[in-house]
Design a protein around this ligand. Structure first.
Ligand code: AMP
Length: 545
């Protein structure tokens, strides 16, 4: 019996979990919908039916076998959205190779860290992206890898061109792939995604077939996806929004995956919806704002849209309303989750009334549990605020090679402590109230103050630094750095921003700097970030841009 007055809720039990590996689920869809359209990659002008995608996936999986990839090996992928990303995702899953997602915006120090921490033996990389020469970065870093596969048609000598994989794969008998696939089980790790959580350096959330296949499946079920649906995926594939809610949501339902571009571009997204006659669209709030405000939106016929998801950060009510009325997404849903829970644990439903669909993050997903606890770990009464915790099939296996971090995140009873503050109403609808941790979400990208602070400490002039987020109409939040210099040292805003370039991802570079001698402190010597936030908001409000 549930205790209705406590902030605890269980998702529906009638939807059964898929008891198979990602490879098996993919093959099942291919058999059912062979001639249906599987993947459209607009910027590469390529289209695959499920049969064609399966043939390409299997050939590349055989090439990976030819290279010597073993079950449990780590294959890094450092590339923006493209067909090869999807092919690598499915091919590696078929081999039991663990795909390590690397943010395309990562630069030397972050790339070096994740390659080493995950123990990658293999890498698939783009040649360049947004003005960054990936080959040059890798040549400089010279990582200890068995092979670097480049998506560039003619890469430098130390890279194996992706275009050579087909020939390599054709030399491996298909039976070898079938034998490998049959030896896998669904609780094995298949993916590592880096997320910094509350503390310092990024941690590798390690996810199994069971974790992410089922989450993609349940998200798609909630949207009512079918083989007639066509989903535009402008969100990045390196994040679970793209590769789980997008790719696996589609793969489990025979739905067409449509990538409008390598990175987010509002006009290309709108034209992809119109020209592909899409029925669904995903995005973080910042993306939807950009679509709504685009001057050429009126030229695009969006009337085929039915559904989609807005998630990843607080979804402003007004934006949700406009998405429903102006983008025709009458059935749009909000999802809430985190990488460590595969990601989605709460979602609004197609039958929820408008008010709940725009003001809450919905109810507990099928086969999961959520509860809200106080600082002593007791479940709070309905309506009271506390920390949201999630339990069930979606909770990651743990952080890669980090048992201590895992113990801090997942308690003995199996609850993942999200670090998010929330309330649950009497019907189980949850509202996210804020964050326990001080993570900044800028344009859907997570920025962890602690990680950035550690980075600024490596600058010779910087004595101390505090990073805060302040509200921003365009990006949701913007980053402000408060900096104290060493005696006799100074640097200006432009010098510090230039210094960041090439060393850290562009989205982590603070927009504003404030140079101070002291930080606001409590009497006990604790830094008051909330006070810094108030001061920065006030100063920037009164300052011309
Ligand atoms: P990530 O691990 O990158 O998926 O980031 C997870 C974090 O994003 C969560 O812990 C929340 O702080 C935030 N988040 C995700 N979805 C939502 C949502 N619908 N509303 C508010 N915050 C969200």
């Amino acid at each position: 019996m549930d205790q209705p007055n406590q902030s605890y809720s269980r998702g529906a039990q009638d939807k059964t979990l898929l008891a198979m590996t990602i490879g098996q689920a993919f093959d099942h869809t291919v058999a059912q919908h062979a001639d249906g359209e599987a993947l459209v990659v607009r910027h590469q002008q390529c289209r695959y039916t499920w049969r064609q995608l399966a043939a390409t996936v299997d050939l590349h999986a055989r090439a990976f076998l030819a290279l010597g990839m073993q079950t449990g090996d780590r294959l890094g992928i450092w590339a923006p959205n493209c067909a090869e990303w999807c092919i690598s995702q499915i091919a590696s899953a078929k081999l039991g190779v663990i795909l390590v997602n690397i943010n395309p915006a990562y630069r030397t120090s972050e790339l070096d860290y994740v390659l080493k921490q995950s123990g990658c033996q293999w890498l698939v990389c783009a040649g360049s992206f947004k003005g960054s020469d990936y080959h040059a970065i890798l040549q400089e870093l010279s990582p200890d890898l068995r092979s670097m596969i480049s998506l560039d048609p003619s890469p430098p000598a130390e890279f194996l061109p992706w275009s050579q994989l087909a020939a390599l794969g054709s030399g491996v008998p298909p039976e070898q792939l079938h034998t490998r696939q049959a030896s896998l089980h669904f609780d094995q790790a298949v993916n590592i995604q880096y997320t910094s959580g509350t503390t310092g350096f990024p941690k590798g959330a390690t996810l199994s077939h069971h974790n992410i296949l089922n989450n993609g499946y349940m998200v798609g079920e909630s949207l009512g996806l079918t083989a007639q649906d066509r989903l535009v995926i402008p969100v990045p594939l390196y994040h679970c929004f793209g590769m789980v809610m997008g790719n696996l949501g589609c793969i489990t339902h025979g739905t067409t995956m449509i990538y409008p571009n390598d990175g987010f571009d509002p006009l290309l997204t709108l034209t992809a919806v119109a020209e592909e006659r899409a029925t669904g669209l995903y995005g973080v709030p910042t993306m939807f704002i950009a679509l709504l405000d685009h001057p050429r939106r009126g030229e695009c016929d969006l009337s085929t849209l039915r559904t989609g998801i807005m998630a990843g950060a607080t979804c402003p009510i007004e934006v949700m309303r406009r998405v429903i009325s102006e983008l025709h997404m009458g059935e749009v849903q909000i999802a809430y989750g985190m990488t460590e829970t595969s990601p989605v644990s709460l979602q609004t439903g197609a039958n929820d009334d408008l008010e709940r669909r725009v003001t809450t993050v919905g109810r507990t997903q099928p086969q999961l549990e959520n509860k809200i606890i106080d600082t002593d770990g007791n479940t709070v009464a309905r309506g009271e605020i506390g920390e949201l915790c999630t339990r069930g099939y979606s909770v990651m296996l743990g952080y890669w090679n980090n048992p201590e971090g895992t113990r801090d995140a997942i308690d003995d009873a199996g609850w993942m402590h999200t670090g998010d503050l929330a309330t649950m109403d009497e019907h189980g609808y949850v509202c996210i109230a804020g964050r326990n941790k001080d993570m900044i979400i800028r344009g859907g990208e997570n920025v962890y103050p602690r990680e950035l602070e550690e980075f600024f400490f490596t600058h010779p002039a910087v004595a101390d630094v505090q990073i805060i987020g302040i509200p921003d109409a365009r990006y949701g939040e913007e980053i402000v750095a408060w900096v104290k210099f060493h005696p006799g040292h100074v640097a200006n805003e432009l010098e510090l921003q230039t210094w960041c370039k090439g060393r850290i991802a562009h989205f982590k570079t603070p927009k504003h700097f404030k140079f101070v001698d002291e930080f606001p402190m409590t009497v006990t010597g604790k830094i008051q970030k909330f006070r810094m936030r108030e001061i920065s908001i006030e100063e920037l409000r009164t300052q011309p841009n």
